[in-house]
Design a protein around this ligand. Structure first.
Ligand code: ATP
Ligand code: MG
Length: 171
């Protein structure tokens, strides 16, 4: 039986979420179903419309207000926990070829989730499903649990020149 692996895209350079979206496209085109869960995020981004173009692509946001400029509140913790519970069901269902936990490393970094809980969810998934975890600051426990880890390293980024996220390019 085909086995699925655990992949991690981390680091401070551009390309983590983009890589996960690119593999999602490939996976859908290979005839498999994809679930793309976005932790932290609750802002409009172009990929939220992907379901209209790709019938087997499901994308859901688990954030509730960007707390990066403030301390996380109870609703942020709840949203992350509910997101993980949803991903747990999806990962066990055996229905999907690929499940993406986008920005889950950031949720871990801010203490919205416990690394042990995430590892537990990964451990009880249907063994055929491929999983991708993205976000800066991947903790050591996640790196240890993974089969593939890629670090996007920033060499240059126009963000430092004041270029904000643009539709179709960053969001
Ligand atoms: P992409 O979605 O383009 O593949 P990514 O997933 O690798 O990017 P994230 O860490 O999720 O990158 O960054 C999200 C957004 O943060 C970027 O779109 C960018 O506008 C902004 N950003 C980039 N560099 C920095 C930085 N050094 N500090 C703060 N924000 C940044
Ligand atoms: Mg990202």
């Amino acid at each position: 039986m085909e086995r699925g692996y655990i992949q991690v895209y981390t680091g401070n350079g551009k390309g983590k979420t983009t890589a996960a979206l690119g593999m999602s496209l490939r996976c859908v085109c290979a005839g498999k179903k994809v679930f793309f869960g976005e932790f932290i995020k609750d802002r409009e981004s172009s990929e939220l419309k992907a379901g209209a173009f790709l019938p087997n692509f499901e994308i859901v946001q688990f954030g509730c207000g960007c707390f990066i400029d403030r301390d996380p509140e109870e609703e942020d913790f709840r949203a992350a926990r509910e997101g993980l519970a949803r991903c747990d069901r999806v990962l066990r269902s055996g229905e999907y070829g690929l499940v993406v936990l986008d920005e889950i490393n950031v949720a871990l970094f801010y203490g919205l989730l416990e690394a042990g809980d995430v590892i537990e969810v990964l451990g009880r998934r249907d063994c055929r499903v491929e999983v991708v975890l993205t976000g800066r600051y991947a903790p050591q426990e996640v790196i240890d649990a993974a089969d593939l880890v890629t670090e996007m390293r920033e060499v240059k980024h126009y963000y430092h020149e004041g270029v904000e996220a643009r539709p179709g390019i960053e969001r």
